[in-house]
Design a protein. Structure first.
Length: 172
């Protein structure tokens, strides 16, 4: 197959019941479709894969032909995952520079280190808020922190896949 920059694209893999299962490479998805282990649900906006004698549509979403019993997939609570959930912007002022984590209820006052108490803040806003709650510091959160779903993290913020929206939005 001819390689091009589009071979770096990712493919959303759905379980037989249309639930999002994982993301894989275009090459892996093509092999699964070619071997009849999955079917292509959506192609990648007109991109094609070429062999010496054939042209195939490039997959963007595939569905497995057999149901895979996958264990519950949670999202690990990490600094980068909190940033990703908050779209890499301060939840107080909206900047994307000098980001850090903020405990909405300060840990010194019993605030937990969990999804619903951590938010993305720039260093300036975090210092301004200090050891206060947002209300006490008279600062407004753009979005209340929440525990994200696994489906949210399948989406790649750097290159949005419009072909995936129908399958992820109902699960987010």
């Amino acid at each position: 197959m001819g390689l091009s920059y589009t071979m770096n694209n990712r493919v959303l893999v759905l379980n037989q019941d249309d639930s999002p299962l994982m993301v894989c490479s275009v090459e892996r998805a093509f092999v699964l479709v070619f071997l009849n282990k999955s079917e292509m649900v959506r192609s990648a906006n007109g991109y094609k894969l070429h062999s010496i004698s054939h042209t195939y549509p490039m997959p963007s979403v595939i569905r497995l032909n057999r149901y895979v019993n996958a264990p519950y997939k949670g999202v690990a609570l990490t600094r980068q995952n909190v940033f990703k959930r908050d779209n890499f912007e301060c939840q107080y002022c909206g900047t994307r520079r000098d980001l850090t984590l903020d405990h909405v209820i300060p840990s010194s006052r019993g605030g937990q280190h969990n999804w619903t108490n951590l938010t993305t803040a720039c260093k300036r806003c975090n210092a301004k808020k200090g050891d206060y709650t947002p209300e006490e510091a008279q600062m407004v959160l753009k979005r209340k922190p929440y525990k994200p779903s696994y489906a949210l993290f399948l989406r790649d913020n750097n290159s949005p896949h419009n072909e995936w929206d129908d399958f992820l939005e109902k699960r987010i």
